[in-house]
Design a protein around this ligand. Sequence first.
Ligand SMILES: NC(=O)c1ccc[n+]([C@@H]2O[C@H](COP(=O)([O-])OP(=O)(O)OC[C@H]3O[C@@H](n4cnc5c(N)ncnc54)[C@H](O)[C@@H]3O)[C@@H](O)[C@H]2O)c1
Length: 383
Amino acid sequence: MNSVRLGIIGMGNIGKYHADYLSNKKVSRCELVAVCDAVAPLDRYQPLKTFTAGEALIKSGEVDAVIVATPHFQHTTLGIVALDTGVHAMIEKPISSHKADAERLIAASKRNPKVVFGGMFQMRTEPRYQKVQKLIQSGELGQVVRVNWINTDWYRTDAYYASGGWRATWKGEGGGVLLNQCLHNLDTMQWLVGMPKRVRGFCQLGRFHQIEVEDSVTAYLEWANGATGVFVSSTGEAPGTNRFEIVGTRGTLVMENNKLSFTRNDADMIAFSRTAKQGFVKPDVWHVEIPFENATLPHSIIIQNFVNAILDGEPLIVPGAEGMSSVELANVMVYSSLIKETVELPMDGAAWEKKLNELIAESKVVKKVVKVEAADFASSFRR
Ligand SMILES: NC(=O)c1ccc[n+]([C@@H]2O[C@H](COP(=O)([O-])OP(=O)(O)OC[C@H]3O[C@@H](n4cnc5c(N)ncnc54)[C@H](O)[C@@H]3O)[C@@H](O)[C@H]2O)c1
């Protein structure tokens, strides 16, 4: 094979977006040959093959690989069908609605190790986060002691929530701002500093919108080495803040207002404290503004890498199995909040699945879907 025949399942906001850059040949050695949507009309995509059921597209023999861009719960079911059929799968974020489902999806991938399984976490292609990772991995930042991410610039209006029957419901989505909007940030945080050992979440359900899931979150996190963190998110706060601060023993990194700065201690702060002869001195600092470009078409970088992985065995930027960590963080923050307890990680995926099924069973939400005015969808993930 020297070109990958690609299909997209779910032709809503992001499915259309993937189709546009693929049709404009932004990814080499692959061709979009089929699209599928259970509801949306697909006439505009002809002469591509069109399907109304994802399973039918996967099993048609027309595609080597699929992008699954449906609402969250179908990521697991369609992902498993694809992997078991031998069709390479790029799963949109979150890879599943909850941890137990993510484990089922990952088990399917382990059954079929030759089939490529990727996760659409395009934030990892952004040079600013790659530079932060380099500073951490090279030891420049020292040992991480504190991580704070105020991540409240995910403002959404009521019209957004009304635009899809699945949105912001336990049954359709499995969660709110954590699982949908700031899942990319949860993924990036754990990619940079690893998974915490324990989490205490404080989530407000329907604080800013008439929805049953969380739209306002403050979570306290602790890592095995004693590092602490606070993660804050909301879809109701305008203008909202996006401030990511990582403190290491060798300095402080701050990403805010599209700037990345590093205030570097010229001595490790703990070693300095042990040896200093005076009480009120601090290590000298150097302040650096770290330049970066924004990635051009980050989603297409992930898909190009997916195609290269299929054709040449190139390592994936985001192996699908790594998508479980962000699902687990999203789940544990809500779970901890509902049971009003700190939860140790790895969390019990079955316990959260049971709780989620209770929330689904108790739900009284009847959604009336209202068509929204056309908007610049790409602006929703440019950050
Ligand atoms: N990576 C990113 O930047 C990014 C951005 C937006 C959305 N997403 C993710 O993509 C997914 C879709 O989000 P969206 O905003 O495009 O939603 P959407 O509601 O606009 O689109 C979903 C589409 O899937 C179709 N669909 C539902 N069930 C289906 C099924 N079983 N088979 C085939 N089609 C089905 C619906 O009819 C709809 O057209 C979500 O998981 C979301 O989190 C990722």
